[in-house]
Design a protein around this ligand. Structure first.
Ligand code: RAT
Ligand code: ZN
Length: 649
């Protein structure tokens, strides 16, 4: 690294001897160096250093040819000095490579061209470029050494891979998923203050490396923690029996195999069938199948995968399984770490006795990787039977106040991030309950609502926050669907300042025999319902995602009309590369950064790995796309600013 230290000036060196400046010393340049000083120490071969003045000499006779920087052969130091100010690591890679392969430099030409070693050599080049860029930016050599020794698992024996900042070409071309990789540039590095520049290659690399190293928050999953025992799903048999895959399996399953017979089998038997059908007899190219491959590859099970050896794959998981809850905890932390997910929001259903037993009388503890969301589908559905049963079993009065108290108590127990519900496919907020202006009970002018800016007027004129849509005279017992919404759900959301997440457009049980795998979608869901909710409950913050591709543009428009509406994720049937690309581009164009690009909807822990590495980049390009689109949209100067803000955030 010292040989690569830039020296000023570029004046012709005497006998190839250059001057470098020690850390913390202002690089004043050769002229200010005292030639004859008692403090000089000769350390080798006529080379000296002076600790007091902070300089040292080094000899470099290496001349390199780096056409991307300068034509012809030039001394290494001249080339490095030509960079002037600090650059991003990728800018130095060609020069570092040229130095390392030069006979009078690193002399690694053979290594660089050895078929088995050239990939490793490239990793070395990239890691040297990072350290070099950081030193030029002003990060001290001692700081770098301390970091390597203290912050990396293997200290000075750390694989150079951990110190590279650029990503593989296969990532950039969308061939392979972009796995999480902690950044090798810490937040206190001076490199973060350096300009990104306007070179497309550098911008792309910076975007990829920022996206790869940013930990995500997963807004909606169906994961439950290891302390919830059998409800915490993980491992190959669960991965293979994911309902997205079961649906795919049944498209070509033998007619003799009924869904009932399939579900009657053990998990392992079901997984065997799925594996044989989707991964051996057919090519696993669907998004859900690709997900399985990504998980297994990330876990280091390529050999087992290539051998199509399901039992060998099972052996890997049984090592954790055999350690009981501790094994699940260990596996769970491994998955979160690999996926780069700081925490995942669970879906916690108080109405399910299987789940509530883990919360009452005392909540089971769980790691900070999990946070809760209180799922309240029966309230939105107006499923009075489910609500009445829940109230009765838990000893609450069968009244609206009883239902409110039930919710408040669950909020106290679960401490949810938000309430959530998937709306039933025929969900409508009755006009008389959710109408926009007080008194216009059933007289919403549908045509007027279709006019451009209809909702601006509506929200500006505003419905009185206390607008009750004219409920007076309605029954006070729980027998009205919208009473649950208006007087229970929204009221508690307001009281507790909790957002409500709505998932709109699922058509449950299109093919009931297939169970979860038999759910479908509503081609056009009623998005006006969302507008009415946002208007009627301005103090409640709504998170919304639509299942139909047809609703996506409308959702974006609504989000620009209501500040209490936030659009999130590419859900379920939208979670396909081509659709994600389309939706994400549209969202960036219409909403800027005011939306949440993705949530995983994982049901099996391991899925966090694939859902997020596909979402970071790969064919989906989600997060990377957001920033690449930004770059296409703005002039380069703005891009530089955006990237610098991103780097710092
Ligand atoms: O995406 C899914 O896994 C669906 O089965 C649904 O559960 C959906 O995510 C939901 O939360 O309703
Ligand atoms: Zn879900």
């Amino acid at each position: 690294m010292r040989f690569l230290t830039p020296s000023r000036p570029v004046a012709t060196p005497k006998d190839g001897v250059y001057t470098g400046w020690l850390d913390e010393v202002k690089r004043n340049g050769f002229d200010e160096k005292y030639e004859h000083d008692d403090d000089c120490v000769m350390y080798a071969d006529q080379l000296r250093y002076n600790l007091k003045q902070g300089w040292y000499e080094f000899r470099c006779s290496c001349e390199v040819d780096v056409p991307s920087i300068m034509f012809g052969k030039h001394p290494l130091s001249v080339l490095l000095a030509s960079f002037g100010t600090t650059h991003q690591p990728v800018a130095y890679e060609d020069t570092v490579r040229a130095y390392l392969t030069a006979a009078d430099g690193g002399d690694m030409f053979d290594v660089a061209n050895h078929p088995c070693l050239k990939e490793n050599f490239e990793v070395l080049v990239k890691s040297v470029a990072v350290l070099y860029a950081r030193m030029v930016a002003g990060d001290g050599m001692l700081q770098l050494l301390k970091e390597i020794m203290n912050d990396y698992d293997h200290g000075l024996a750390t694989n150079c891979n951990a110190m590279t900042d650029t990503v593989e070409q296969s990532n950039i071309h969308g061939i392979s998923p972009l796995h999480f990789k902690p950044s090798c540039i810490p937040n206190n590095s001076k490199l973060l203050d350096a300009a990104v520049g306007v070179h497309p290659k550098t911008i792309r690399q910076v975007i990829f490396s920022e996206v790869a190293s940013t930990e995500v928050i997963d807004l909606h999953t169906h994961l439950l923690p290891p302390s919830h025992g059998a409800l915490c799903l993980w491992g190959i048999d669960e991965i293979l029996t994911y309902h997205y895959l079961v649906a795919e399996f049944f498209m070509t399953a033998p007619p003799a195999l009924t869904p009932e017979a399939f579900y009657a089998k053990t998990k392992k038997e079901q997984a065997d069938l799925m594996w044989d059908s989707l991964f051996i007899e057919r090519s696993p190219i669907s998004e859900a199948c690709r997900g399985v491959i990504t998980i297994l590859t990330a876990l280091g099970l390529e050999t087992e995968l290539y051998a199509r050896d399901l039992n060998a794959i099972r052996t890997f998981f049984s090592k954790y399984r055999d350690d009981g809850v501790e094994g699940s905890e260990e596996y769970s932390s491994l998955v979160f770490k690999k996926a780069g997910v700081s925490y995942a929001v669970m879906t916690n259903v108080p109405f399910s006795p299987l789940e509530s037993q883990h919360w009452r009388p005392k909540p089971k503890s769980y790691s900070s990787n999990f946070r809760s969301a209180l799922r309240v589908d029966p309230l939105l559905k107006g499923d009075s039977k489910a609500i009445e049963t829940a109230l009765k079993v838990s000893g609450y009065s069968n009244t609206l106040e009883g239902a409110r108290q039930y919710l408040r108590d669950w909020c106290d127990i679960m401490k949810p991030e938000y309430m959530m519900a998937s709306t039933p496919h025929d969900f409508v907020l009755p006009e008389d309950r959710g109408s926009i202006a007080k008194g216009s009970a059933v007289n919403v002018n549908e045509d007027a609502m279709k006019q451009p800016f209809a909702f601006v007027d509506v929200s500006q004129n505003g419905c009185d926050p206390d607008c009750d849509g004219g409920e007076e005279g309605m029954a006070s017992v729980i027998n009205e669907n919208s009473d649950f919404v208006t007087h229970v759900l929204m009221r508690v959301c307001e009281e507790r300042d909790l957002p409500i997440a709505l998932k709109i457009g699922a058509h449950r049980r299109v093919n009931p025999a297939l169970m979860d795998a038999g759910d479908g979608l509503v081609a056009f869901a009623d998005a006006n319902m969302l507008a009415r909710l946002c208007t009627k409950f301005p103090k409640v913050r709504f998170l919304a995602t639509f299942l139909s591709k047809n609703n996506q543009q409308e959702a974006c428009v609504l989000a620009t009309k209501f500040r209490n509406l936030h659009i999130y994720g590419c859900w379920w049937f939208n979670n396909q590369p081509s659709i994600i690309e389309e939706i994400t581009k549209m969202r960036v164009e219409m909403l800027g950064t005011a939306f949440t690009a993705q949530h995983s909807d994982s049901r099996v822990l391991d899925q966090l790995i694939y859902k997020w590495s596909h979402s970071r980049a790969g064919k989906n390009y989600i997060l990377v796309n957001v920033f690449i689109i930004c770059c296409q949209l703005y002039i380069s100067h703005t891009v530089v600013i955006i990237l610098q803000l991103l780097q710092k955030s």
